[in-house]
Write a protein that binds this ligand. Structure first.
Ligand SMILES: [Zn+2]
Length: 239
């Protein structure tokens, strides 16, 4: 465990002010769901899945489901990344995970219904950064096309991991926006309550000789980094 005092100190030194977001449908908003797949979220579903029920991850899934329902009821655009790797192509530094064609690279059971919704675009990606993972062989970008086709002004980003796939995607989207590649996109919003990261406490990491990754701390750091790059971070989303 990392002591709560240590976490409080970091949060004090690196504060992340969070707003609330009210979605009325007036501003064209798209929901981007990052990797809410079994391989990262379902207990025992592979090398990078939680080994025991995880409050932050299950809270993330519940909130993602709540948002997805409203977006689909209103036929608002949803873009869902699915981490998905060819079995012969490793992704260092990670062990094999989310192998294409297995349940690991499928949406978690609570979100499986999204596969059949007409307003949902699914994108299998074989790298950390979904923006890069959206590039096709011909150089086109499925995510960029989705923003432009739907004339999206705000993307609301949720998923896992806050400090890895969510963060990298957010950073690339912000750079692309700043370069004018994502017009008419104006804002990239990260919803903290619908993001999560994995937990590898220092004491456990020491035993298995891995780099520690304390969950609460790294979730916070992910939000801090996203905000520093220009994302808006919100702790509440209402309709
Ligand atoms: Zn991966």
């Amino acid at each position: 465990m990392v002591s709560s005092q240590a976490i409080d100190l970091v949060k004090e030194e690196l504060p992340v002010e969070q707003d609330s977001l009210v979605l009325s449908g007036d501003v064209k908003t798209g929901l981007v769901i990052v990797d809410v797949v079994n391989g990262f979220c379902t207990v025992g579903a592979g090398h990078l899945a939680p080994t025991a029920p995880d409050k932050q991850i299950s809270g993330m899934v519940d909130e993602t489901l709540r948002l997805a329902k409203v977006f689909c009821d209103n036929k608002w655009p949803v873009f869902a990344f699915l981490d998905s790797h060819h079995p012969d192509v490793p992704e260092p530094p990670y062990p094999p995970h989310c192998i294409a064609g297995t349940d690991e690279s499928k949406l978690v059971p609570a979100l499986e219904w999204l596969e059949h919704e007409p307003n949902v675009t699914l994108r299998c990606k074989d790298c950390i950064d979904g923006f890069l993972g959206s590039i096709e062989k011909d150089g086109s970008n499925v995510f960029v096309d989705w923003v432009k086709t739907n004339q999206i002004k705000v993307i609301l980003v949720v998923g896992i991991c806050t400090d890895i796939c969510v963060l990298d995607f957010v950073c690339s989207a912000l750079s692309a926006r700043n370069r004018g590649f994502l017009s008419p996109l104006e804002d990239v919003v990260v919803y903290s309550g619908a993001c999560a990261t994995f937990d590898l406490p220092p004491d456990v990491a020491k035993i298995i000789e891995a780099t520690p990754h304390p969950q609460d701390l790294m979730h916070h750091v992910g939000l801090y980094m996203a905000k520093g790059r220009g994302a808006k971070v919100v702790s509440e989303v209402s309709f």
